[in-house]
Design a protein around this ligand. Sequence first.
Ligand SMILES: Cc1cc2nc3c(=O)[nH]c(=O)nc-3n(C[C@H](O)[C@H](O)[C@H](O)COP(=O)(O)O)c2cc1C
Length: 175
Amino acid sequence: MTKDVIAAIIERRSVRRFTDEEVPMATVGRILDAACHAPSAGNLQPWEFYVVKNREMREKLAVAALNQEFVATAPVVIVVCALPELSARRYGDRGRYLYAIQDTAAAVQNILLAAHGYGLATCWVGAFDEEKVVRLLQLPPGRRPVALIPLGYAAEEKHVVPARRPWEEVVHIIE
Ligand SMILES: Cc1cc2nc3c(=O)[nH]c(=O)nc-3n(C[C@H](O)[C@H](O)[C@H](O)COP(=O)(O)O)c2cc1C
């Protein structure tokens, strides 16, 4: 890892323009290893990752993502899937509707931060037609795609930090 964790958290930005430069698969592997180190309820790890390199498939994913064309411009798109029934077997509805989603969200964030640490850019894309993605990737039953993550080298520099809500609104201290 080239950056410490605080620098990665603060500096990471959503990037929506990528160069054509390939991402080494060894780096993708390290990023997915970081994903798998995310915490998960009962350590069930209710996730799977589909690494899409094929251009035609990336273009179809971009269409499924409500025509967010930038998705296809990254050399790799990681599709993060939740396995809600895996969590439901132990935790019932709380596992199905909450833990499986939280666990995969933690994995997504690890991907974004690890990618940033390796000098790569990402964007968490959540606006997409789930059924279309299931069909495109021919996902086995029980996989729910929860995020598309275009991954590549940034073709834009982000200098402006999108505004964050003020502390007074989001932090509540109980003394
Ligand atoms: C659950 C979720 C869904 C998102 N979906 C999209 C999306 O479909 N398209 C997109 O361009 N950005 C998407 N984003 C990225 C946000 O727009 C971005 O994180 C936010 O504007 C803050 O910018 P930053 O990531 O640079 O800090 C999503 C982020 C999250 C967490």
